[in-house]
Ligand binder design. Sequence first.
Ligand code: SAH
Ligand code: SF4
Ligand code: F3S
Length: 472
Amino acid sequence: MSERKQILVTPEEMEEQRQYIAELRTRIEGKGLKYHIVTYGCQMNVHDSEKLAGMLHEIGYAETGQMQEADLILFNTCCVRENAELRVYGNVGALRAYKQANPNSIIGVCGCMMQQPEISDYIRRSFPFVDLIFGTHNLYRFPCLLLQALDSNTTVVEILDSEGAVVEHVPTRRAKGVSAWVTIMYGCNNFCSYCIVPYVRGRERSRHREDILEEVQDLAEEGYKEITLLGQNVNSYGKDLDRQYLFHQLLRDINGVNGIERIRFTTSHPKDLSDELIETMAECKKVCRHLHLPIQSGSNRILKAMNRKYTRENYLQLVEKIKKAMPDISLTTDIIVGFPGESEEDFKDTLDIVEKVRYDSAFTFIYSPRRGTPAAKIKDEIPQEDKKERLARLNELVSSISHEKNKAYLGKNVEVLVEGPSKTKADVLTGRTGTNKTVNFKGDPELIGRFITLRIVEAHVFSLVGELLKDA
Ligand code: SAH
Ligand code: SF4
Ligand code: F3S
């Protein structure tokens, strides 16, 4: 594919969106209007919400944490599992009375769930008070769509099924702090048999090197210390472009950006994790010693049915190679239990691989059939009770290994980047190690944004407790 053909959104169209923003600003600015965005799903969606927030700020809306005082409420949805969708229906439905009391307010629903035509139709029909519905491919057109919604009595709906656009220079309002998300590619080509993401996010499209580096440079200048590169499968970054420039090369270039001290990335598909990437990670000081490497199942039979394109043996060899190059690496994963046809033996293979790899932590899920995916056509005969029981057994094992791994930090000195106040206690700060461990400690808020060394004094399943060194 030619590099240029990929960009369907022309500078003229982006200019048009900027004009809509300017037009909206003349109507909105100074009125004290507020917005509230509710985001479901993965980091990509969180980052998309940062773009929606960026556009809203340019228009003159201010953010509010209270949905009930917002003039514009947006739900940025996820459809990866059924429970994510059910929450959206519940929360949108609950706004019926609010809309009656506030007829001038705008309610919008966007994101992955809306890319399924039957679902966006259902939302439009069941919740006629929703003003605006749009999908993932036309996020950058939000100013134009908002303008239409403000002037219309019916629901404005725009869902594009074309996925060609890689849009640059969308205003973005990132969460304050030390860490920023940077999307390096959109979409997914893998079609794991259970997964809906390729259907709602389209094929893989990588951003150009120059655009990514410019963004990272800007973030460094704004004071961000850590960046997390995002993509459904970052290991295939660049393969859709003409130029021979792949993920490990991008990592090396970002490692050279002054001011950025830590680089993280997610997600890595095991089948595409190259030797060059392992080498680059080991060599580049700023690349964190943490790899999220979803296994999904430890059974070869189930991995095949999932269309994951690796075996447990391939995966274990890969882990060995990674641990050899970086003995201090922390490994995390995603696991699905109860995939159709998963027997007790298959599940035991999953427990076995968890014990062999000894993950630092894992996200574990009960399989959820997704309409339109190949797995949804396989009869799902495992009783829900059994799935829940397997999940509980798996979680128990994962937690006990996490706890043991955390206990190995006791008495050690670790470097953390201080992120901010802890979520639970007022006088406690929280920082993260390169290995992605959260460490809580008592310290002066002045330390936020700095790298400091802590001695670990307590180890829990999900976090560590540290103390400032006396001479620090
Ligand atoms: N691209 C990433 C993340 C995809 S979604 C990756 O490949 O790892 C995040 C996780 O949700 C997946 O890793 C998988 O474990 C889980 N997931 C996806 N579809 C699911 C489904 N239908 N049911 C249950 N879990 C699912
Ligand atoms: Fe889904 Fe598989 Fe793509 Fe991940 S790699 S987004 S699990 S299809
Ligand atoms: Fe969900 Fe879409 Fe992410 S389906 S997991 S929000 S890509």
